[in-house]
Design a binder for this molecule. Structure first.
Ligand code: KG4
Ligand code: ZN
Length: 318
């Protein structure tokens, strides 16, 4: 079964075709990330307008890959999957409306997808031993799930305030590494004695809190304006907390595997601190449409296109 997936929840416009949930036939990602740099953060209105510009060329490119063409030179697709939330309303609408239109015109099933749950399906889901503990860490979310099998998910906890990615991004901006870049923190991190940051909520609850850490970074930066040293310590603080809680959840639920996903799962220190964890290839950690298609295949349910709407605050607690 070949699924065309469309992802437009934030500032990436992505389309992919995936066969039977795992075989990537095409994967196209356009990003308006750099456009937001001059504003110091994502401007929803700008992101939505860029989505509109990029969506058709992105889908066309995803459908034009060799091997996808049917007898009449048209791509042969069995279903269409689309992110309906959570995300920015203007951005989401672009993907949802085009997916509905395609479903209406082609008569193919339309599968709505929850972006945050879908991140987990960037992992090789057919090879996982269950039960698994799954940590989803992205720019907007830090969530822990118990995965009983390919489909059966249980939300265990999440952040009470800022997401881990947000803390990486805000620190990067404060210390002069441009907009939104946990990767810049990772690249520039260098240990420096004398810089110490707290490990917030570093106990056995399965909830997280990162807003206090952000404030502590600001205070430390005023005392020690050493970008490399701050980058090192904030990365240690965030990854210490993420690793500790994930390990604790794995012990509590007797998990046979640990899964990482989301943009922050690209972080090499986090991967080092959870050496037995399974994580997607780096390019599938950050936003793309491949895992949207995989989720649709393994856990999605088609709905009538008339009933499909964008839901910016879609719940991630299942
Ligand atoms: O999953 P994602 O692409 O978008 C959301 O759904 O939010 O995640 C983006 C987040 C950003 O906060 C970005 O700074 C972070 O992932 N990120 C990283 C790394 N690469 C991306 N954080 C830490 N280390 C990295 N190497
Ligand atoms: Zn994401």
């Amino acid at each position: 079964m070949k699924i065309l997936a469309i992802e437009t929840s934030c500032d990436e416009t992505a389309a992919a075709v995936v066969e039977d949930g795992t075989k990537i036939l095409s994967n196209v990602v356009a990003s308006s990330h750099l456009m937001h740099e001059k504003y110091g953060g994502i401007v929803p209105e700008v992101a939505a307008r860029e989505q509109l510009k990029c969506i058709i060329p992105t889908i066309e490119e995803a459908l034009s890959r060799p091997g996808l063409k049917g007898p009449q030179g048209r791509a042969s697709i069995d279903a269409i999957a689309v992110t309906i939330g959570p995300g920015l309303i203007g951005s989401l609408l672009v993907g949802v409306e085009i997916a509905k239109t395609m479903a209406m015109v082609t008569g193919k099933p339309l599968i709505p997808v929850n972006h945050v749950l879908a991140h987990m399906y960037a992992n090789p889901i057919n090879t996982i031993e269950f039960p698994a503990i799954s940590l989803v860490v992205s720019g907007g979310h830090t969530e822990l799930y118990l995965m009983k099998n390919k489909k059966d998910l249980q939300w265990l906890g999440g952040t009470l305030d800022d997401a881990a990615g947000e803390c990486f991004d805000k620190t990067a901006r404060l210390i002069g590494f441009g907009h939104g870049s946990g990767l810049a923190i990772q690249v520039h991190a260098k240990k420096s004695t004398g810089i110490k940051l707290p490990r917030p909520l570093n106990n056995s609850t399965l909830n997280f809190s990162f807003s206090g850490l952000k404030t502590a970074v600001m205070r430390e930066w005023a005392k020690n304006p050493d970008p490399a040293g701050i980058a090192y310590e904030v990365q240690e603080a965030i990854t210490d907390v993420l690793a500790k809680k994930t390990k604790f959840a794995a012990e509590t639920y007797h998990a046979k595997s640990i899964l990482l996903s989301g943009g922050v799962a690209a972080n090499l220190r986090l991967r080092e601190k959870l050496p037995t964890a399974i994580a997607p290839p780096i390019n599938l950690c950050t936003d793309n449409a491949v895992y949207i298609a995989s989720y649709a295949y393994f856990r999605g349910t088609p709905v009538d296109w008339h009933d499909t709407i964008a839901v910016p605050d879609l719940s991630v607690e299942v």
